[in-house]
Design a protein around this ligand. Structure first.
Ligand SMILES: NC(=O)c1ccc[n+]([C@@H]2O[C@H](COP(=O)([O-])OP(=O)(O)OC[C@H]3O[C@@H](n4cnc5c(N)ncnc54)[C@H](OP(=O)(O)O)[C@@H]3O)[C@@H](O)[C@H]2O)c1
Length: 322
């Protein structure tokens, strides 16, 4: 496993981090705690030292699993969690008022709740789970974050940028008040490369890449007949003819497999890690098998310039969350 600086935090994070949404269950059906715990332990055995969870992932269940594993290990594992929006709206709506989404006392209370689930006194990184750049200069959120830092309850502060809106954090980036951004970046959604990454490199803001496998669209496993269990959010994400669209896109990517990457997930993870602005990529992985193959990608090999140029042609601007 290779490690990179997480912006100016002083933390060196593993290139492959752990996306812990799926292990929370609820919106991801089929998670089994035994296997999730084995997967988390295996990832740490393989050198992974960064886990991303959130209060809402299984209503605290993901945080509890993560806290349990971290307590059982002697390695230093860095944990990031998130404060959900009070109004329950993902992503933040344009024009929404900060006092309805992240009021000061609400941020403090939710952070305490996360710490209880995690069984920790301090969390390394607290992220707001949505963002609207109009809130940048409002002290409602920044006073709460300053207080949590003062009290020693959080070490660093980040924002998880709204789905497919990497431009909606540039004002915040300019203030120096944020340590990390979490953003969607994958072979289909290449938009962070346009403006966000150059800006973050300049400001030394750590980048945590989420959804590198397009919620499974870049797992190489989706066929036109794939069925997801009732209640699983992917029923909607891959609805109508979207699975067929994925199959067509992925079949073009399969032609690029070979020496540089043998599988679609490997190509997808190598693509993200080939960008110098990226600190860590956090695929969701609920099985030991997926953990092993994803962790093996961090071997210091970047994709060639030729491959990166070719992958630009596979950019696909769309929003399946709607
Ligand atoms: N708004 C936000 O802040 C937000 C939103 C979404 C996600 N996130 C964070 O980002 C993380 C990653 O995103 P995600 O989990 O939604 O999606 P993802 O990483 O793009 O895709 C996860 C899917 O890929 C599969 N997979 C993983 N490794 C694989 C491999 N080697 N071969 C084949 N399939 C593989 C997983 O299967 P299994 O599950 O069966 O292993 C799962 O179905 C989340 O876990 C969460 O921590 C944050």
């Amino acid at each position: 496993m290779k490690y990179r600086a997480l912006g100016k935090t002083g933390i060196n994070v593993s290139e492959i981090g752990y996306g812990a949404w799926g292990i929370g269950g609820a919106m991801w059906q089929g998670a089994k705690d035994d296997e999730s715990l084995r997967a988390l332990h295996t990832s740490i055995d393989l050198g992974l030292n960064f886990i991303d969870t959130a209060l809402v992932y299984g209503d605290g269940h993901s945080e509890q699993l993560v806290g349990k594993v971290v307590k059982e290990r002697k390695e230093r594992i860095y944990v990031a969690t998130k404060v959900p929006p009070k109004n329950g709206k993902w992503p933040a709506r344009p024009g929404s008022r900060l006092r309805d989404v992240f009021p000061h006392d609400y941020i403090l209370q939710r952070a305490e709740e996360s710490l209880r689930h995690l069984g920790m006194d301090t969390v390394d990184l607290l992220q707001l789970h949505v963002w609207n750049d109009d809130w940048t200069d409002d002290s409602e959120w920044s006073d709460a974050i300053a207080k949590l830092k003062e009290q020693g309850k959080i070490r660093h502060f980040g924002v998880s940028i709204n789905d497919h809106q990497p431009g909606n954090a540039l004002r915040l980036a300019a203030t120096g008040k944020v340590d990390t951004f979490q953003v969607i970046h994958n072979i289909f959604d290449q938009s962070p490369v346009d403006k966000l990454y150059p800006f973050c490199l300049e400001k030394n803001i750590g980048i945590i890449v989420r959804v590198p496998l397009d919620e499974g669209g870049l797992s190489g496993m989706i066929t036109a007949d794939t069925q997801f269990p009732d209640g699983d959010f992917r029923v909607g994400y891959f609805r109508d003819d979207r699975k067929q669209q994925i199959v067509e896109r992925v079949s073009k990517l399969k032609k690029l497999l070979g020496e540089e990457a043998a599988t679609i997930p490997e190509l997808a993870l190598r693509y993200v890690l080939s960008h110098p602005a990226v600190s860590t990529v956090i695929p969701g992985m609920r099985s030991v098998k997926n953990v092993q193959s994803n962790c093996s990608v961090s071997d210091g090999r970047s994709l060639s310039k030729k491959m990166m140029l070719e992958l630009k042609n596979h950019r696909w601007d769309r929003n399946f969350y709607r």
